[in-house]
Design a protein around this ligand. Structure first.
Ligand code: M6P
Ligand code: ZN
Length: 184
């Protein structure tokens, strides 16, 4: 595949160019990931929780290539739980990924296949290596949009099903004095 259109640009957290693809995730697309089902049902289902702008210079599944993306995760809660991404393992499990904080603040939740978990604080300039065999999810714990860059192998793929079935082993909730981590 080759592209001869406008150049791809990345500045001030905005990825632009004629082959940049945008995926929107609204409340209705996130059924099952939030714990408080009553709060989820009463939320505006049309509300955009996050947007991902991505640049895929090769076909998905290509071995040896890379994809680039920026996630724009809105501030907010469903019940006491902060807005978050669906989170995923890679379909090819051993593929890793880099995330880096651009704007806003939040946490990156990491969990391996034994459900051992850890979190890393995401802030402007923070760099996060997601090892292979590790599920990853972003959580916006701030009052502003959380913008996070990502770069991952073009053959990694997304496996959402394991997370949809059993979830992550911890949840990040809004407490009176700030974020609270609860194990599940
Ligand atoms: C990053 C990358 C993408 C991912 C996106 C949103 O930009 O990891 O591959 O799609 O975050 O995360 P999710 O797919 O879990 O909703
Ligand atoms: Zn990934």
């Amino acid at each position: 595949m080759s592209y001869s259109g406008e150049p791809i640009e990345f500045a001030a957290a905005r990825l632009s160019g004629d082959i940049v693809e945008t995926t929107e995730r609204r409340v209705r697309d996130l059924g099952g990931i939030f714990e408080d089902k009553v709060a989820f049902r009463s939320a505006d289902q049309d509300h955009i929780v996050y947007r991902v702008d991505s640049y895929a210079p090769v076909e998905p599944g290509t071995e040896g290539g890379l994809f680039f993306g920026v996630t724009h995760l809105m501030p907010g809660v469903i019940g006491r739980e902060y807005y978050m991404t669906k989170g995923h393992f890679h379909a090819i499990r051993n593929r890793g990924e880099f995330y880096w904080g651009i704007s806003g603040c939040g946490v990156l939740v990491l969990m391996d296949e034994t459900r051992a978990d850890r979190i890393e604080e995401v802030r402007p300039g923070s760099l996060h290596y997601v090892p292979g065999d590790t599920a990853h999810r972003l959580v916006n714990t701030g009052d502003a949009v959380l913008d996070v860059g990502a770069c991952w192998p073009s053959d990694a793929g997304h496996d959402y099903s394991s997370i949809a079935e059993v979830g992550f082993s911890l949840r990040v909730l809004k407490g009176d004095a700030g974020p609270e981590i609860e194990n599940r």
